[in-house]
Design a protein around this ligand. Structure first.
Ligand code: HEM
Length: 215
């Protein structure tokens, strides 16, 4: 305590100092966080962004699915998993809606596979990992249901289940995006904000780092 009060200016607040930190320092110069924590935050931000993008793509996919139903294009393509035996059939009439929906669903399926794997590898919380795997299971089931509804000529029960699972899957992606850490800038992660929020006696950067990551 006595030693701390004798320190003045930059010595008392190392983050204000214009001199470089010692080479042995394990703290990041900009955020004043341990270097490993800074790396984890950056990785978490990428995962959060990817989860938001997946949820956004799923939102668009719900519109495209609704277009298939409302234009009566559900049987415009009679086969599955290929369309008229092709990956890219001529996009004429209802095929545009039905096959376009399939292509968008394939893209969302790929995004979900990456998101689930990234979540399992990049997040330590079992509940969040389980959410990622649940989303993966849902998208696989949704694709199979879409195929079955085509092959059996739109049985009501399957079409309704496909529609309901679509919304459940969207909710899963949104919940996952909300569960993953947001970029630091959104929650006072900037060094200047954090310095002004620190009380003079507390270590620089200590105030907002914990409130930011403990969401
Ligand atoms: C992530 C994957 C998918 C999602 C989120 C999704 C979502 C949707 C939604 C929201 C609808 C509209 C339901 C309604 O308004 O009643 C729909 C309809 C439809 N989807 Fe999908 N879908 C997916 C994958 C697929 C796949 C892979 C196929 C493959 C054939 C498919 C085939 C259909 C068909 C045929 C309809 C029209 C059903 C009807 O008119 O009764 N879907 N989809």
């Amino acid at each position: 305590m006595a030693a701390q009060t004798q320190l003045k200016g930059p010595e008392r607040f190392p983050a204000l100092s214009t001199t470089s930190p010692p080479a042995s320092s394990s703290r990041s110069r900009v955020t004043d966080l341990p270097a490993t924590e800074g790396m984890a935050q950056r990785s978490g931000s990428g995962l959060h962004f990817f989860a938001v993008a997946t949820a956004g793509a799923t939102f668009v996919l719900l519109f495209l699915g609704g277009l298939v139903t409302s234009t009566g294009s559900g049987l415009a393509v009679p086969d599955w998993p290929l369309s008229f035996g092709q990956v890219f059939p001529p996009m004429v009439g209802g095929v545009l809606f039905e096959h376009g929906h399939r292509l968008a669903a394939t893209a969302v399926g790929c995004l979900t596979v990456v998101l689930a794997l990234w979540t399992v590898v990049g997040d330590a919380r079992p509940s969040v990992r389980a959410l990622g795997l649940l989303a993966l299971l849902a998208v696989v089931l949704q694709g199979v249901l879409g195929g079955i509804t085509v092959l059996y000529k739109l049985p009501l029960a399957v079409s309704v289940t496909h529609a309901c699972l679509a919304q459940t899957f969207f909710c899963l992606t949104v919940t996952l995006a909300r569960s993953l850490p947001a970029p630091r800038g959104r929650c006072h992660g900037r060094a200047d904000l954090r310095l002004s929020a620190s009380s003079p006696g507390s270590p620089p950067g200590a105030s907002s780092a914990s409130s930011c990551s403990a969401r």
